[in-house]
Design a protein around this ligand. Structure first.
Ligand code: S3P
Length: 439
């Protein structure tokens, strides 16, 4: 797929549903008592893999229309043992959260995935879940394929996260739903809190305690059934997907786009704060709360004036998926952008730090990559482009470089566009409707 210099982007575009919330809606709906109705669900491959896995474990999940789904859950403790391996494709969130769910049931399940997912570390969930009584058989280094068996009696634990990860936090909390007493996860840096928020919505007692050292303890009370909420679960548009057209508009002077109803959970908005610090013209209009989540309509103008900044390290968890596309913006800015604390980028769908740096260098960008840092020297204008980018089964690398290609002198091509299906199936159509030239 090739992205060539675009016209200024213009128009209004509807961004698909939030991936993190979509996974949780299907999992919790599939576990609850009663009927949960969901609108705005993301119908990307990752989320469809979650739906298939929950069905394989006994939940009834039906698609009623575009993004409109219903779940009739099995009740807490009611997941049945799947007859075949659960194929997770590219999806780390499906895998880690479902491993947590299975670890809370006295059943055995095997998880498999694609070449990208099979390289990703699962030791981070294996360790706490073993403490809770689950047993594992995994490939060397804690990799997929992996088989987990949950214990008869799940032990409640207190666990301090060694890495800032909402997936690990969620896996422990989900296993803890079936533990006697209270399971506690302590996080030093706040990560996305959708599991906490949505479990409460399903009637679970989740308490958050501020600790003296600045960390937070999240307590979840086990042995309580999840009850499907009476109101629909409305999934907001995904701020991580919106990031791609937003950066495309920001780096193409004269652009003006509106993206309605974007999720503005403060633990997800780091990119927007950073772009604003860099001088981008992004307005958050019509701010409102929908189904418990803050949302806003984004109004973005491309002014051609971006400046390099030092990105505060404390902001990393709130923009963990946005560094490739931020790096694209930084490559078009005036001056140097420094990003630090990026170790987790090495274990995403690809080694994102490396793939971002390699791709940008091939497009003519001056940069330095460290073990967990990236420094980009912007040239006040988009780089030359003209490269073919290796995407390494990483949807966000694919989309980031197609975004850069909208602004470079020479077109940018990517070797494989199929990973985009995991999170943003209509990406190319949506971008081209705004004025991009992606073919
Ligand atoms: C996610 C958490 C993050 C993020 C991923 C989705 C989630 O992963 O990168 O895209 O839905 O909980 P980590 O928990 O590994 O940081």
């Amino acid at each position: 797929m090739k992205s060539s210099k675009s016209h200024p982007l213009k128009g209004t575009a509807n961004i698909p549903g939030d991936k993190s919330i979509s996974h949780r809606a299907l999992m919790f709906g599939g576990l609850a008592v009663g009927r949960a109705e969901i609108t705005g669900l993301l119908e990307g491959e990752d989320v469809l893999n979650t739906a298939a896995a929950m069905r394989a474990m006994g939940a009834e999940i039906n698609r009623l229309g575009d993004g409109h789904w219903e779940c009739h859950g099995v009740g807490l403790g009611g997941l049945k043992e799947p007859e075949t391996a659960l194929e997770m494709g590219n999806s780390g969130t499906s895998t880690r959260l479902l491993i947590g769910l299975v670890a809370g049931h006295a059943i055995t399940a095997t998880f498999t995935g694609d070449a990208s997912l099979s390289k990703r570390p699962m030791g981070r969930v294996i360790k706490p879940l073993e403490m809770m009584g689950a047993t594992f058989k995994a490939r060397d280094g804690g990799k997929l394929p992996l088989t987990v068996t949950g214990p008869k009696d799940v032990l409640n634990i207190e666990y301090r996260l060694p890495v800032a990860s909402a997936q690990v936090k969620s896996a422990v909390m989900l296993a803890g739903l079936n533990a006697r007493g209270r399971t506690t996860v302590i996080e030093d840096k706040p990560t996305r809190d959708y599991t906490e928020n949505m479990l409460r919505h399903f009637g679970i007692d989740v308490a958050v305690e501020d600790l003296n050292d600045g960390a937070q303890a999240i307590h979840v009370k086990g042995h309580t059934d999840l009850i499907a909420p009476k109101e629909k679960i409305i999934v907001p548009a995904d701020p991580s997907s919106a990031a791609f057209p937003v950066v495309a508009a920001v780096i193409n002077e004269g652009s003006e786009i509106i993206l309605p109803g974007i999720g503005m959970n403060p633990r997800r908005t780091g990119l927007y704060e950073t772009l604003t610090d860099m001088g981008a013209d992004i307005r958050f209009e019509n701010k409102r709360i929908e189904a418990g989540e803050p949302i806003a309509d984004l109004h973005v103008k491309g002014t051609g004036a971006l400046k390099g900044i030092d990105v505060p390290e404390s902001r990393v968890p709130s923009m963990i998926d946005e560094f490739p596309v931020l790096a694209v913006a930084a490559a078009c800015a005036n001056g140097t952008t420094r990003m630090t604390g990026l170790a987790e980028l090495r274990v995403k769908e690809s080694d994102r730090l490396l793939m971002t740096a390699k791709g940008l260098e091939a497009c003519g960008v001056k940069l330095e990559m460290g073990e967990d840092s990236l420094t980009i020297h912007g040239n006040s204008k988009p780089p030359q482009g003209g490269a073919k980018i290796e995407t390494a089964l990483d949807h966000r690398i694919a989309m980031s470089f197609l975004v850069l290609g909208t602004a470079t002198e020479e077109p940018i091509s990517i070797d494989d566009a199929t990973p985009i299906q995991t999170s943003f199936p209509d990406f190319v159509q949506l971008m081209n409707d705004l004025g991009a030239q992606i073919s």
